[in-house]
Design a protein around this ligand. Structure first.
Ligand code: FES
Length: 108
């Protein structure tokens, strides 16, 4: 796995100041959506697997699902499972804090 820095700690805190905040980060040609839950940050593809809506422009519901703003399909931020039942799957990315900031892991 290769690790790519997306932000230092202060920037992530500034862009995601509250629980249930969402923000997108560019990573090469793809865009990653980072969500803040009670216990930390979670990273998923910003592009909805249904019809490419931008998930970072959606919202997080009371069950920690990210809700796409286009057709309102829901995906678990912890598992990527399409919890509204349309049989899609949202790609998740490992996110970890290293000495100089937060890094996203990408499979080689
Ligand atoms: S584009 Fe996301 S639910 Fe359709």
């Amino acid at each position: 796995m290769d690790w790519f820095k997306i932000a230092d700690e202060a920037e992530l805190e500034r862009r995601l100041p509250d629980v249930n905040a969402l923000s997108s980060f560019d990573l090469g040609e793809s865009s990653i959506c980072v969500a803040r839950l009670e216990d930390g940050y979670y990273a998923v593809a910003d592009m909805c697997p249904h019809a490419s809506g931008s998930l970072s422009e959606g919202e997080i519901d009371s069950r920690e699902n990210i809700v796409c703003p286009v057709h309102l399909y829901k995906f678990s931020l912890r598992t990527g499972i399409n919890t509204s039942g349309e049989d899609y799957f949202l790609k998740k990315y490992p996110l970890k804090l290293m000495e100089d900031g937060y890094y996203i892991g990408i499979e080689k």
